[in-house]
Design a protein around this ligand. Structure first.
Ligand code: ATP
Ligand code: MG
Length: 389
Protein backbone atom coordinates (compact mmCIF):
# COMPACT_ATOMS: atom_id res chain seq x y z
CA UNK A 1 0.00 0.00 0.00
CA UNK A 2 1.33 3.40 -0.94
CA UNK A 3 1.76 5.79 1.99
CA UNK A 4 2.43 9.51 2.35
CA UNK A 5 3.28 11.78 5.26
CA UNK A 6 0.69 14.52 5.74
CA UNK A 7 2.03 17.60 7.50
CA UNK A 8 -0.07 20.39 9.00
CA UNK A 9 1.60 23.67 9.69
CA UNK A 10 0.76 25.54 12.86
CA UNK A 11 1.01 29.26 13.42
CA UNK A 12 1.79 29.73 9.76
CA UNK A 13 -1.87 30.30 9.14
CA UNK A 14 -1.52 33.55 11.09
CA UNK A 15 1.16 35.03 8.91
CA UNK A 16 -0.85 36.64 6.10
CA UNK A 17 1.33 37.70 3.21
CA UNK A 18 4.43 36.09 4.74
CA UNK A 19 2.75 32.74 4.69
CA UNK A 20 4.28 31.73 1.37
CA UNK A 21 7.81 32.46 2.64
CA UNK A 22 7.21 30.47 5.80
CA UNK A 23 5.87 27.51 3.87
CA UNK A 24 8.75 27.64 1.41
CA UNK A 25 11.19 27.56 4.31
CA UNK A 26 9.43 24.60 5.86
CA UNK A 27 9.32 22.67 2.60
CA UNK A 28 13.03 23.27 1.98
CA UNK A 29 13.81 22.12 5.53
CA UNK A 30 11.74 18.95 5.07
CA UNK A 31 13.50 18.27 1.78
CA UNK A 32 16.94 18.75 3.32
CA UNK A 33 16.27 16.65 6.42
CA UNK A 34 14.86 13.71 4.44
CA UNK A 35 17.27 13.91 1.50
CA UNK A 36 19.38 10.88 2.34
CA UNK A 37 16.37 8.59 2.87
CA UNK A 38 15.44 8.36 -0.81
CA UNK A 39 13.66 10.41 -3.44
CA UNK A 40 10.47 12.22 -2.40
CA UNK A 41 7.85 14.40 -4.01
CA UNK A 42 6.50 17.29 -1.95
CA UNK A 43 3.21 18.98 -2.79
CA UNK A 44 1.01 21.33 -0.81
CA UNK A 45 -2.66 22.19 -0.72
CA UNK A 46 -4.70 24.13 1.82
CA UNK A 47 -2.22 24.25 4.70
CA UNK A 48 -1.26 20.59 4.26
CA UNK A 49 2.10 19.43 2.94
CA UNK A 50 2.21 16.00 1.31
CA UNK A 51 5.47 14.06 1.34
CA UNK A 52 5.34 11.19 -1.12
CA UNK A 53 8.18 8.66 -1.29
CA UNK A 54 9.16 7.83 -4.84
CA UNK A 55 10.76 4.45 -4.19
CA UNK A 56 10.16 1.26 -2.25
CA UNK A 57 13.47 1.65 -0.36
CA UNK A 58 12.42 4.92 1.29
CA UNK A 59 12.82 4.60 5.08
CA UNK A 60 9.34 5.71 6.15
CA UNK A 61 9.77 5.19 9.90
CA UNK A 62 12.98 7.22 9.99
CA UNK A 63 11.29 9.97 7.94
CA UNK A 64 8.39 10.16 10.41
CA UNK A 65 10.86 10.40 13.28
CA UNK A 66 12.78 13.25 11.64
CA UNK A 67 9.62 15.20 10.77
CA UNK A 68 8.90 15.29 14.51
CA UNK A 69 11.97 17.52 14.96
CA UNK A 70 11.06 20.17 12.40
CA UNK A 71 9.83 23.45 13.88
CA UNK A 72 6.77 25.00 12.26
CA UNK A 73 4.92 21.69 12.09
CA UNK A 74 1.81 21.51 14.31
CA UNK A 75 0.88 17.91 13.55
CA UNK A 76 1.69 15.13 11.12
CA UNK A 77 0.48 11.66 10.25
CA UNK A 78 1.01 8.75 7.95
CA UNK A 79 -1.78 8.19 5.48
CA UNK A 80 -2.65 5.61 2.87
CA UNK A 81 -3.14 6.72 -0.74
CA UNK A 82 -6.39 5.47 -2.29
CA UNK A 83 -7.79 5.64 -5.78
CA UNK A 84 -10.64 8.09 -6.06
CA UNK A 85 -13.48 5.65 -5.85
CA UNK A 86 -15.44 4.32 -2.88
CA UNK A 87 -14.52 0.68 -3.52
CA UNK A 88 -10.85 1.39 -3.06
CA UNK A 89 -11.42 3.78 -0.13
CA UNK A 90 -13.53 1.17 1.71
CA UNK A 91 -11.06 -1.62 1.02
CA UNK A 92 -8.12 0.45 2.32
CA UNK A 93 -10.15 1.68 5.31
CA UNK A 94 -10.60 -1.92 6.40
CA UNK A 95 -7.08 -3.17 5.75
CA UNK A 96 -4.79 -0.18 6.31
CA UNK A 97 -6.28 1.00 9.58
CA UNK A 98 -6.88 -2.36 11.20
CA UNK A 99 -3.80 -2.56 13.43
CA UNK A 100 -4.29 0.99 14.77
CA UNK A 101 -8.00 0.50 15.36
CA UNK A 102 -7.48 -2.78 17.16
CA UNK A 103 -5.78 -0.78 19.97
CA UNK A 104 -8.76 1.50 20.71
CA UNK A 105 -12.37 1.15 21.79
CA UNK A 106 -14.12 3.96 19.94
CA UNK A 107 -13.72 6.04 16.79
CA UNK A 108 -15.39 8.50 14.53
CA UNK A 109 -14.90 9.31 10.87
CA UNK A 110 -14.37 12.80 9.46
CA UNK A 111 -14.35 13.39 5.73
CA UNK A 112 -13.22 16.33 3.60
CA UNK A 113 -13.92 16.66 -0.07
CA UNK A 114 -11.76 19.11 -1.98
CA UNK A 115 -13.05 17.59 -5.23
CA UNK A 116 -16.71 18.57 -5.19
CA UNK A 117 -17.39 16.34 -8.21
CA UNK A 118 -16.65 13.21 -6.15
CA UNK A 119 -19.42 10.61 -6.20
CA UNK A 120 -20.43 11.02 -2.52
CA UNK A 121 -20.77 14.01 -0.21
CA UNK A 122 -18.75 14.18 3.04
CA UNK A 123 -21.48 12.86 5.42
CA UNK A 124 -22.08 9.94 3.06
CA UNK A 125 -18.38 9.14 2.93
CA UNK A 126 -18.31 9.15 6.75
CA UNK A 127 -21.27 6.80 6.94
CA UNK A 128 -19.90 4.31 4.44
CA UNK A 129 -16.36 4.28 5.84
CA UNK A 130 -17.72 3.98 9.39
CA UNK A 131 -19.84 1.03 8.33
CA UNK A 132 -16.91 -0.69 6.64
CA UNK A 133 -14.74 -0.25 9.74
CA UNK A 134 -17.50 -1.61 12.02
CA UNK A 135 -17.89 -4.67 9.84
CA UNK A 136 -14.13 -5.32 10.00
CA UNK A 137 -13.83 -4.58 13.75
CA UNK A 138 -17.15 -5.53 15.38
CA UNK A 139 -15.93 -4.70 18.92
CA UNK A 140 -15.39 -1.03 18.07
CA UNK A 141 -17.97 1.65 18.89
CA UNK A 142 -18.71 4.90 17.14
CA UNK A 143 -18.41 7.88 19.49
CA UNK A 144 -18.87 11.22 17.76
CA UNK A 145 -18.25 13.31 20.91
CA UNK A 146 -15.22 11.76 22.58
CA UNK A 147 -13.68 9.10 20.34
CA UNK A 148 -10.37 7.39 21.16
CA UNK A 149 -9.32 8.01 17.58
CA UNK A 150 -10.48 10.02 14.59
CA UNK A 151 -10.32 8.45 11.14
CA UNK A 152 -9.88 11.05 8.42
CA UNK A 153 -10.77 10.65 4.78
CA UNK A 154 -9.66 13.39 2.39
CA UNK A 155 -10.65 13.38 -1.24
CA UNK A 156 -8.26 15.52 -3.24
CA UNK A 157 -7.76 16.28 -6.93
CA UNK A 158 -5.62 13.28 -7.81
CA UNK A 159 -6.15 10.84 -4.97
CA UNK A 160 -7.90 10.17 -1.69
CA UNK A 161 -6.10 9.70 1.64
CA UNK A 162 -7.11 7.89 4.78
CA UNK A 163 -5.44 8.02 8.15
CA UNK A 164 -6.16 7.34 11.80
CA UNK A 165 -4.99 9.84 14.40
CA UNK A 166 -2.10 12.25 14.16
CA UNK A 167 1.16 12.97 15.97
CA UNK A 168 1.86 16.32 17.64
CA UNK A 169 4.62 18.20 15.80
CA UNK A 170 7.50 20.24 17.27
CA UNK A 171 5.45 23.45 16.97
CA UNK A 172 6.97 26.94 16.73
CA UNK A 173 8.11 28.63 13.53
CA UNK A 174 10.35 27.28 10.74
CA UNK A 175 14.02 27.80 11.57
CA UNK A 176 15.40 30.73 9.59
CA UNK A 177 12.20 32.77 9.43
CA UNK A 178 13.21 34.94 12.41
CA UNK A 179 16.84 35.61 11.44
CA UNK A 180 20.07 34.50 13.13
CA UNK A 181 21.28 34.77 16.73
CA UNK A 182 24.25 33.55 18.75
CA UNK A 183 23.83 31.37 21.82
CA UNK A 184 26.41 31.47 24.61
CA UNK A 185 26.67 27.78 25.28
CA UNK A 186 28.15 26.21 28.40
CA UNK A 187 28.10 22.58 29.35
CA UNK A 188 25.27 23.15 31.82
CA UNK A 189 21.56 22.40 31.79
CA UNK A 190 20.29 25.86 30.95
CA UNK A 191 21.96 27.15 27.82
CA UNK A 192 21.03 24.18 25.53
CA UNK A 193 17.42 24.67 26.64
CA UNK A 194 17.67 28.40 25.90
CA UNK A 195 19.09 27.61 22.44
CA UNK A 196 16.29 25.17 21.67
CA UNK A 197 13.62 27.57 22.91
CA UNK A 198 14.78 30.34 20.59
CA UNK A 199 15.32 28.06 17.59
CA UNK A 200 11.69 27.08 18.12
CA UNK A 201 10.74 30.69 17.46
CA UNK A 202 12.38 30.53 14.04
CA UNK A 203 15.97 31.64 14.77
CA UNK A 204 18.93 30.09 13.00
CA UNK A 205 21.61 29.42 15.62
CA UNK A 206 25.29 30.14 15.88
CA UNK A 207 27.02 29.18 19.12
CA UNK A 208 29.98 30.49 21.09
CA UNK A 209 31.77 28.67 23.89
CA UNK A 210 34.53 29.98 26.15
CA UNK A 211 37.14 27.42 27.10
CA UNK A 212 39.96 27.85 29.61
CA UNK A 213 42.46 25.05 29.17
CA UNK A 214 44.12 23.63 31.20
CA UNK A 215 41.53 24.61 33.84
CA UNK A 216 38.85 23.19 31.55
CA UNK A 217 39.39 19.95 29.64
CA UNK A 218 38.91 18.59 26.13
CA UNK A 219 36.12 16.45 27.56
CA UNK A 220 34.25 19.61 28.58
CA UNK A 221 34.51 20.88 24.99
CA UNK A 222 33.27 17.57 23.66
CA UNK A 223 30.34 17.77 26.06
CA UNK A 224 29.37 21.16 24.62
CA UNK A 225 29.51 19.71 21.10
CA UNK A 226 27.32 16.77 22.13
CA UNK A 227 24.79 19.17 23.70
CA UNK A 228 24.72 21.29 20.56
CA UNK A 229 24.16 18.21 18.42
CA UNK A 230 21.00 17.52 20.47
CA UNK A 231 19.79 21.05 19.67
CA UNK A 232 20.89 20.75 16.02
CA UNK A 233 18.47 17.85 15.53
CA UNK A 234 15.80 20.53 15.73
CA UNK A 235 17.61 23.66 14.56
CA UNK A 236 19.78 22.27 11.76
CA UNK A 237 23.55 22.79 11.53
CA UNK A 238 25.08 25.15 14.12
CA UNK A 239 28.33 27.03 13.55
CA UNK A 240 30.33 26.87 16.79
CA UNK A 241 33.11 29.24 17.82
CA UNK A 242 35.36 28.04 20.64
CA UNK A 243 37.11 31.02 22.20
CA UNK A 244 40.36 30.62 24.19
CA UNK A 245 39.52 32.32 27.49
CA UNK A 246 42.41 31.33 29.75
CA UNK A 247 44.45 34.51 29.38
CA UNK A 248 41.41 36.68 30.10
CA UNK A 249 40.51 34.76 33.24
CA UNK A 250 44.09 34.80 34.51
CA UNK A 251 44.34 38.55 33.87
CA UNK A 252 41.08 39.17 35.71
CA UNK A 253 42.34 37.08 38.63
CA UNK A 254 45.60 39.05 38.68
CA UNK A 255 44.33 42.60 38.10
CA UNK A 256 40.81 42.88 39.51
CA UNK A 257 39.17 42.81 42.91
CA UNK A 258 38.03 39.27 43.72
CA UNK A 259 34.37 40.06 44.41
CA UNK A 260 34.04 41.27 40.81
CA UNK A 261 35.69 38.28 39.06
CA UNK A 262 32.48 36.68 37.83
CA UNK A 263 30.83 39.92 36.74
CA UNK A 264 33.90 41.05 34.82
CA UNK A 265 34.31 37.63 33.26
CA UNK A 266 30.68 37.73 32.08
CA UNK A 267 31.15 41.22 30.65
CA UNK A 268 34.17 39.95 28.69
CA UNK A 269 32.10 37.05 27.37
CA UNK A 270 29.38 39.43 26.24
CA UNK A 271 31.81 41.81 24.56
CA UNK A 272 33.44 38.98 22.62
CA UNK A 273 30.08 37.42 21.72
CA UNK A 274 28.93 40.77 20.30
CA UNK A 275 32.11 41.12 18.26
CA UNK A 276 31.86 37.59 16.83
CA UNK A 277 28.17 38.16 16.11
CA UNK A 278 28.96 41.16 13.94
CA UNK A 279 31.25 39.03 11.79
CA UNK A 280 28.74 36.19 11.56
CA UNK A 281 25.71 38.42 11.03
CA UNK A 282 23.90 37.44 14.21
CA UNK A 283 21.47 40.11 15.35
CA UNK A 284 21.01 38.93 18.94
CA UNK A 285 22.56 36.92 21.78
CA UNK A 286 20.92 34.09 23.72
CA UNK A 287 21.86 33.01 27.25
CA UNK A 288 20.49 30.46 29.68
CA UNK A 289 20.15 32.90 32.58
CA UNK A 290 17.25 32.56 35.01
CA UNK A 291 16.54 35.39 37.43
CA UNK A 292 18.15 34.89 40.82
CA UNK A 293 19.48 31.40 40.04
CA UNK A 294 23.10 32.31 40.89
CA UNK A 295 24.97 35.44 42.04
CA UNK A 296 25.57 36.66 38.47
CA UNK A 297 21.87 36.39 37.62
CA UNK A 298 20.43 39.02 39.94
CA UNK A 299 18.83 42.00 38.25
CA UNK A 300 21.76 44.37 39.02
CA UNK A 301 24.24 41.73 37.77
CA UNK A 302 22.29 41.26 34.54
CA UNK A 303 22.14 45.04 34.12
CA UNK A 304 25.93 45.15 34.57
CA UNK A 305 26.47 42.62 31.80
CA UNK A 306 23.98 44.32 29.49
CA UNK A 307 25.93 47.60 29.91
CA UNK A 308 28.60 46.26 27.56
CA UNK A 309 26.25 44.63 25.01
CA UNK A 310 25.54 46.24 21.68
CA UNK A 311 22.97 43.58 20.72
CA UNK A 312 19.65 42.51 22.21
CA UNK A 313 20.12 39.63 24.67
CA UNK A 314 17.42 36.97 24.72
CA UNK A 315 17.04 35.15 28.03
CA UNK A 316 14.16 32.79 27.36
CA UNK A 317 14.53 31.04 30.74
CA UNK A 318 14.50 34.21 32.81
CA UNK A 319 11.15 33.46 34.43
CA UNK A 320 11.44 29.68 34.65
CA UNK A 321 12.13 27.49 37.69
CA UNK A 322 14.86 24.86 37.48
CA UNK A 323 12.24 22.11 37.37
CA UNK A 324 10.60 23.65 34.32
CA UNK A 325 13.98 23.97 32.63
CA UNK A 326 14.83 20.35 33.41
CA UNK A 327 11.55 19.18 31.89
CA UNK A 328 12.56 20.75 28.58
CA UNK A 329 16.14 19.51 28.97
CA UNK A 330 14.83 15.95 29.23
CA UNK A 331 12.40 16.52 26.36
CA UNK A 332 15.30 17.41 24.03
CA UNK A 333 17.43 14.55 25.39
CA UNK A 334 20.13 16.90 26.71
CA UNK A 335 19.77 16.31 30.45
CA UNK A 336 21.91 13.18 30.82
CA UNK A 337 24.77 14.91 28.99
CA UNK A 338 24.35 18.21 30.87
CA UNK A 339 24.80 16.55 34.25
CA UNK A 340 28.15 14.95 33.38
CA UNK A 341 30.54 16.49 35.89
CA UNK A 342 33.05 18.35 33.70
CA UNK A 343 34.18 21.80 34.76
CA UNK A 344 33.14 25.00 33.00
CA UNK A 345 35.24 28.16 32.90
CA UNK A 346 32.61 29.77 35.14
CA UNK A 347 33.55 27.33 37.89
CA UNK A 348 37.24 28.24 37.96
CA UNK A 349 38.44 31.42 39.69
CA UNK A 350 35.09 31.81 41.46
CA UNK A 351 35.10 34.47 44.17
CA UNK A 352 34.22 33.51 47.75
CA UNK A 353 31.81 36.44 48.06
CA UNK A 354 30.63 37.38 44.55
CA UNK A 355 29.13 40.83 44.17
CA UNK A 356 25.39 40.50 43.57
CA UNK A 357 24.32 44.17 43.58
CA UNK A 358 26.81 46.11 41.48
CA UNK A 359 25.82 49.75 40.96
CA UNK A 360 26.06 51.27 37.48
CA UNK A 361 29.67 52.15 36.74
CA UNK A 362 31.19 49.97 39.48
CA UNK A 363 32.14 47.16 37.12
CA UNK A 364 33.88 49.45 34.64
CA UNK A 365 35.82 50.89 37.57
CA UNK A 366 36.74 47.38 38.77
CA UNK A 367 38.01 46.33 35.34
CA UNK A 368 40.22 49.43 34.85
CA UNK A 369 43.40 47.37 35.25
CA UNK A 370 42.65 45.25 32.16
CA UNK A 371 43.73 46.02 28.63
CA UNK A 372 40.29 45.03 27.41
CA UNK A 373 40.80 45.74 23.73
CA UNK A 374 43.96 43.71 23.22
CA UNK A 375 42.61 40.83 25.35
CA UNK A 376 39.53 40.69 23.12
CA UNK A 377 41.61 40.84 19.95
CA UNK A 378 43.86 37.97 21.01
CA UNK A 379 40.91 35.84 22.10
CA UNK A 380 39.13 36.38 18.80
CA UNK A 381 42.29 35.60 16.83
CA UNK A 382 42.48 32.23 18.62
CA UNK A 383 38.88 31.12 17.85
CA UNK A 384 38.42 27.64 16.44
CA UNK A 385 35.33 27.14 14.32
CA UNK A 386 33.44 23.92 13.67
CA UNK A 387 30.04 22.94 12.39
CA UNK A 388 27.76 20.82 14.57
CA UNK A 389 25.06 18.67 12.97
P1 ATP B 1 24.17 26.81 32.26
O1 ATP B 1 23.42 25.68 32.89
O2 ATP B 1 23.69 27.17 30.90
O3 ATP B 1 25.67 26.57 32.35
P2 ATP B 1 24.25 28.30 34.67
O4 ATP B 1 23.02 28.27 35.46
O5 ATP B 1 25.37 27.40 35.05
O6 ATP B 1 23.87 28.09 33.15
P3 ATP B 1 26.12 30.49 34.55
O7 ATP B 1 27.26 29.56 34.66
O8 ATP B 1 26.07 31.71 35.38
O9 ATP B 1 24.70 29.80 34.73
O10 ATP B 1 26.00 30.96 33.08
C1 ATP B 1 24.94 31.76 32.64
C2 ATP B 1 24.92 31.74 31.13
O11 ATP B 1 26.14 32.23 30.60
C3 ATP B 1 24.78 30.34 30.55
O12 ATP B 1 23.45 29.92 30.50
C4 ATP B 1 25.39 30.53 29.21
O13 ATP B 1 24.47 31.13 28.31
C5 ATP B 1 26.54 31.49 29.47
N1 ATP B 1 27.79 30.77 29.74
C6 ATP B 1 28.27 30.31 30.93
N2 ATP B 1 29.45 29.68 30.76
C7 ATP B 1 29.76 29.77 29.45
C8 ATP B 1 30.86 29.33 28.65
N3 ATP B 1 31.88 28.67 29.15
N4 ATP B 1 30.81 29.60 27.32
C9 ATP B 1 29.77 30.28 26.79
N5 ATP B 1 28.72 30.70 27.49
C10 ATP B 1 28.70 30.47 28.81
MG1 MG C 1 27.13 27.14 33.80
Amino acid sequence: MKEVILIKDGELSLKGLNRRNFEDKMVSTIRRRLKDLGEIKITRAQSTIYVEPQSEEFDFEEALDRVGYIFGIAAFSRACVCQKNMDDILLKAKTYLISTLSQVKSFKVEAKRADKAFELKSPEICREVGGAILSACPDLKVDVHNPDIVVNVEVRDYAAYIRAGQIKGAGGLPVGTSGRAQVLISGGIDSPVAAWTMAKRGLTLNAIHFASPPYTSARAEQKVKTLLSKVAKYSGTIKLAIVPFTEIQEQIARCCEEDYFTLIMRRMMMRIACRVSEKDECLGLITGESLGQVASQTLPAIAATDEVCSLPVFRPLIGMDKEEIITISRHIDAFETSILPYEDCCTVFTPKHPHTRPKPGQCSQAEKGLDIESLIERAIAGIEYSFIE
